[in-house]
Design a protein around this ligand. Structure first.
Ligand SMILES: [Zn+2]
Length: 164
């Protein structure tokens, strides 16, 4: 007789704000936060904190931590701050945007000593997002200063090293 593999318990994320276990909501459910269908989400309704699920995950594994309005805003600002670096990485290495963003987050995590469950912006806390945004701004400012005062420095291989 063939013994079936035990079915892993679904990963039900906990809300960072209130500690409640999130519920899974699909488009059309009253708890669903979007008007359009953006795929299923884990949501804490009282806190309006939610996170999407991994594509093709049968367990609906969450993409990261539940994000309330402030964290969603911080993630968006970090995403925007990283886009110039991501675009440069794609041009330089022919990386796709997902790889380039993953590498950017790994770089930030190692620069800032973050321990992340996954190398994704969705794993970051609000504090970590704010820290990363400041770090990227300082990094870009330093790079601009060095290219202004030493036009040749940027030409040297990796002199402009963005660490990606
Ligand atoms: Zn909550």
């Amino acid at each position: 007789m063939r013994v079936g593999r035990p079915i892993p318990a679904p990963v039900r994320p906990v809300c960072d704000d209130c500690g409640n276990i999130a519920q899974l909501a699909q488009t059309g459910d009253s708890a669903y936060p979007y008007l359009e269908d953006h795929g299923p989400v884990w949501i804490c309704v009282p806190c309006q904190a939610w996170i999407g699920v991994r594509p093709r995950s049968r367990q609906h594994a969450p993409l990261g931590r539940l994000a309330n309005a402030e964290l969603r805003d911080a993630k968006k600002r970090l995403h925007d701050a990283l886009e110039p670096l991501v675009a440069a990485k794609m041009r330089r290495d022919g990386a796709n945007p997902f790889e380039a963003r993953g590498k950017a987050i790994k770089w930030l995590a190692s620069e800032l000593n973050f321990t992340l469950s996954t190398p994704s912006v969705h794993a970051l806390t609000r504090e970590q997002c704010e820290q990363a945004i400041r770090y990227v701004a300082d990094f870009q400012a330093a790079r601009q200063r060095s290219s202004k005062h030493a036009p040749d420095a940027g030409r040297k291989k990796d002199a402009s090293g963005d660490g990606l």
